[in-house]
Design a protein around this ligand. Structure first.
Ligand code: FAD
Length: 496
């Protein structure tokens, strides 16, 4: 008996999972949007190619592991460049430019705090250990049974103790200079909460950022999507866009297929990579859901984002590929994101200028700008407020660069909370899933298997291991392994 698997959603996790599944099942990926890639889609306008979501290529080893599973290397699909400098942080009175190598980073630390070079070496040794243990023993586990977290592998005392301290503590006990502290606390922003809320285990992000480096695939981050698509199609996977799932159809506690705007598609297995909360509250009858709305309301979500995609009709000096504007009050901004749930006035923001590295994503003599401002989930979008924030951040970019930019803007697109909801069915407009707080890590993440429907599975940033492109690739592999086990148990063909 041949098996048919339906994958809902073509983001990183759905696409990558489809590639694995294509090795032993007939797979159809159904995607509601017109193009594939989910949050990692690309938008083109007048010669500008904007990566709509991810822009930091960190943990290249995880990408290589994915490609290697199919006998490939990333170089067969795209050219990776290591950025130097890696990024810069703009403070009110200073700019901290982070080099691409440890020797120079140590010198940079010494410049700001005498004796901090040795402490950095010590910290990077610790975080390398955490990275190695996490990547080799912890992250590639689905946490569906007790043996996943009780196994000897994970019983590493440094790892266990790192769960009970926070990133902020492990940094502040070593470093005193506020700028160095901000530099080291910034990478965990990717995990959806502040450094004081995230277990120090995730200090491994600093090892990733400072030692493994910041990379960029020429052509833009969308090259990753194209590569995964190519791998999936080589396994015989079919991908259908503009196909929106309205319901996961269940009969006798078994998912028998999906109802879509284009009709019913039969399946032996359904894997949802769409937002987990949406899948359970909107596509399934509530009696089958693992978690209810109250559960989701109590979770700590990563922020949403207000994003501006700009095409600028001239070159702008002083900007690098990655620029972090930490020239305003961090605490005030963070409070609006996690406590008061309001729009910020003078927020920290991130500015990506990939045209500094890549000529192919903007017309000659122009710049491609992506401005990202973390904002609270669930906010009501308001064009006046978007405009005020836009003026605020643009003035700060102009002040830093010493150039008039607003008169050279030829393309402007705004993307915000309601777009995340509309485009991705994202719960309250979250940009990248659940925050990796202690009680939302590993075994505490929403489970990959539906407890009542044994042929319904989940993957993506809301389940293990968490938010980000590399974790989504890992999530894809884990969910496909669980499906493999299910198909094997049921004696389907092509499963050995
Ligand atoms: C602005 C932004 C910046 C980021 N920056 C980085 C970064 O620099 N580096 C990094 O590593 N990570 C970054 N991330 C996080 C990373 O992009 C995500 O964690 C990852 O792309 C999530 O992939 P996914 O497959 O889990 O989800 P998604 O990409 O959301 O994919 C889910 C798919 O399901 C589809 N779908 C939903 N409902 C239905 C339905 N009913 N029927 C059919 N299809 C449906 C959606 O359209 C979507 O295509 C960023 C995210 C954002 C939003």
């Amino acid at each position: 008996m041949k098996s048919k698997t339906i994958v809902i959603g073509s983001g990183i996790s759905g696409l990558a999972a489809s590639a694995y599944l294509g090795q032993y099942s007939d797979v159809l990926v159904v995607e509601k949007n017109k193009s594939i890639g989910g949050r990692a889609r690309q938008m083109e306008d007048s010669g500008f190619k904007f990566d709509m979501g991810p822009s930091w290529y960190w943990m290249p080893d995880i990408f290589e592991k994915f490609f290697l599973d199919f006998g490939y290397s990333s170089h067969q699909f795209y050219e990776l460049i290591r950025l130097n400098p890696s990024f810069q942080i703009i403070f009110e009175d200073d700019v901290l430019v982070v080099p691409d190598n440890k020797k120079d980073i140590i010198l940079l630390f010494e410049k700001y705090e005498k004796g901090s070079g040795d402490k950095l070496v010590d910290y990077l040794n610790d975080t390398k250990h955490l990275y190695d243990v996490a990547v080799n023993k912890m992250l590639y586990k689905p946490y569906v049974s007790a043996k996943d977290y009780l196994s000897k592998d994970v019983l590493d005392w440094k790892l266990i103790s790192s769960l009970f301290l926070n990133v902020s503590y492990s940094i502040r006990k070593r470093f005193k200079n506020p700028k160095l502290i901000q530099l080291l606390e910034f990478p965990v922003i990717f995990l959806g909460a502040t450094a004081s809320q995230i277990p120090s285990l995730y200090g491994l992000m600093n090892y990733a950022a400072l030692e493994l480096g910041t990379w960029y695939p020429l052509g833009g981050m969308y090259e990753i999507i194209k590569a995964i698509q190519s791998v999936a199609e080589k396994q015989g996977v079919e991908i259908q866009t503009a196909t929106e799932v309205h319901q996961i159809v269940v009969k006798n506690n078994k998912a028998i297929g999906v109802e879509t705007n284009k009709g019913f598609y039969m399946a032996d297995v359904v894997l949802s990579s769409a937002d987990y909360a949406f899948t359970e509250t909107k596509l399934l009858d509530s009696s089958y859901a693992n978690y209810n709305t109250e559960y989701w309301n109590k979770r700590t979500f990563a922020p949403s984002a207000l994003i501006f995609y700009l095409g600028v009709n001239k070159k702008i000096s002083r900007l690098l590929h990655h620029n972090l504007f930490f020239d305003s009050d961090f605490e005030k901004h963070i409070q609006t994101v996690y406590q008061s749930y309001e729009w910020p006035n003078n927020p920290l923001f991130y500015l990506c200028v990939p045209s500094k590295t890549d000529n192919s994503i903007a017309p000659p003599g122009t710049e491609n700008l992506f401005i990202l401002i973390p904002v609270a989930i669930g906010l009501e979008d308001n064009t006046n407020i978007h405009h005020q924030i836009f003026n605020n951040v643009l003035s700060r970019i102009e002040k830093f660069t010493g150039e008039n930019i607003r008169d050279s803007i030829v393309i402007k697109h705004t993307y915000s909370v309601s777009n995340f909801i509309e485009d991705y069915n994202s719960f309250k407009g979250n940009a990248y899933g659940l925050a990796n707080t202690l009680f939302q890590t590993a075994t505490f993440k929403p489970k990959m298997i539906n407890q009542k429907i044994k042929n319904l599975f989940y993957t993506g940033q809301l389940t293990v291991p968490g938010p980000g492109v590399p974790p989504s690739l890992i999530s894809a592999k884990l969910s496909s392994q669980l499906i493999y086990n299910y198909l094997k148990q049921k004696n389907y063909e092509r499963v050995v």
